[in-house]
Design a protein around this ligand. Structure first.
Ligand code: SAM
Length: 356
């Protein structure tokens, strides 16, 4: 465990090496994954409500990443005349059978392919998708969604979800970090190169609210109806609010499925199958209140035309006392933007008077 650096200095292991790279979870085709998603009450309730509010009788809907077809079925229930259910995974025959079993086969056309290769006879009225990873965009969500928006949706068409916000926070997670530390010594051998491999995969963690060492920062706000970049990069500055041991960053998202339906996967939100993302630092760092942590974080496609997502992060930690005037003030917390709007609308400030 190393203490925070008194003088601003990049951690040496990151200064000389490429940033860690994380791949997304593998395509979700396993039966248990679908059962977990279909029994996630937060997810299902939100999608059910948003689809009922957004899809109108007679609509043509694209369901990007249809899985077993549940969102297509809900779209038909909401009145959709035709749903194109696009799924690249292996369960499409079962999805077809489920549609037939429920008398929906005539209104749903299943297409077994990656959405980027699909063309439609005419643009749809609604683009519906749930391809969210634990850090929101880590299943190449942006690349697929923006491509489908441009090619498969009518101009100005409705989208579910319509906006996404990603958050990061420094965390103390000793048990999760022990998976990293384990590789330093295996039977007396130096297995530390395995750490690079481990850090190249985003891990999942159930992060308790008490694990946070400072307030979360908003990493990115994305309006999916207008957003264009598939790679997101930002520098964030955190100020520690309690003493502890910094093991890395936790990440999560808040998604607006429609104007009135949203949910979050934060440590203090009702639990979901997404849990939270964990981006471990190589070494734990002792921190005290007032210390600053500066992070440059990026997420985007691994390569052009790649279906894999790349996550990279560099970080440096500085002690507040010795930084004096050189230290930047902490970035204003975005959390207040999640508070109820003072105008009394009942909406969150950021979705009401605080809209960017
Ligand atoms: C999280 S699951 C959701 C399944 C289903 N829509 C639901 O809500 O239960 C995402 C699904 O999208 C599929 N998928 C992801 N990206 C895709 C793409 N670009 N084209 C086709 N299928 C995709 C995956 O194979 C996976 O089955």
């Amino acid at each position: 465990m190393s203490a925070c650096f008194a003088v601003a200095e990049w951690f040496p292991h990151l200064a000389n090496q490429p940033s860690p790279v994380a791949s997304p979870r593998k395509t979700l085709t396993r039966f248990d994954d679908y059962r977990e998603m279909l029994s996630d009450a937060v997810r299902m309730e939100a999608y059910r409500e948003a689809i009922a509010a957004v899809v109108r009788p007679g609509d043509v809907v694209v369901d990007l990443g249809a899985g077993l077809g549940i969102l297509s079925f809900l779209a038909v229930r909401a009145g959709a005349e035709k749903v194109y259910a696009i799924e690249q995974g292996g369960q499409i025959e079962l999805a077809r059978a489920l549609a037939a079993k429920n008398g929906l086969a005539s209104r749903i056309e299943f297409i077994e392919d990656n959405s980027k290769r699909v063309t439609l006879p005419a643009p749809a009225n609604v683009l519906l998708s749930e391809t969210l990873g634990s850090f929101g965009v880590d299943e190449n969500t942006l690349d697929f969604t923006l491509d489908a928006r441009e090619r498969l949706l009518e101009p100005g068409g409705r989208m579910i979800p319509e906006a996404l916000e990603l958050f990061l926070a420094p965390v103390e997670l000793p048990e999760d970090h022990s998976r990293v530390a384990f590789w330093n010594d295996v039977e007396g051998f130096d297995f530390s190169p395995a750490i690079d491999e481990l850090m190249s995969r985003m891990s999942l963690s159930r992060v308790a609210p008490g694990a946070l060492l400072s307030e979360a920062q908003s990493f990115y706000e994305i309006d999916l109806r207008t957003h264009r970049e598939v790679t997101l990069e930002r520098k964030l500055l955190f100020q520690m609010q309690r003493p502890g041991v910094l093991h890395g960053l936790a990440g999560w998202f808040e998604v607006a499925l429609s104007a009135d339906v949203s949910f979050a996967t934060s440590p203090s939100s009702p639990s979901t199958h997404w849990q939270q993302a964990f981006f471990p630092f190589r070494q734990p760092v002792s921190v005290t209140p007032g210390d600053f942590l500066e992070v440059v974080f990026a997420v985007g496609p691994k390569a052009e035309h790649s279906d894999d997502t790349r996550v990279s992060y560099d970080y440096r930690c500085t002690q507040r006392a010795n930084e004096g005037k050189a230290a930047q003030p902490p970035v204003p917390s975005p959390v207040a933007r999640n508070a109820p709007c003072p105008c009394g609308s009942g909406k969150k400030f950021k979705r009401c008077c605080g809209r960017a």
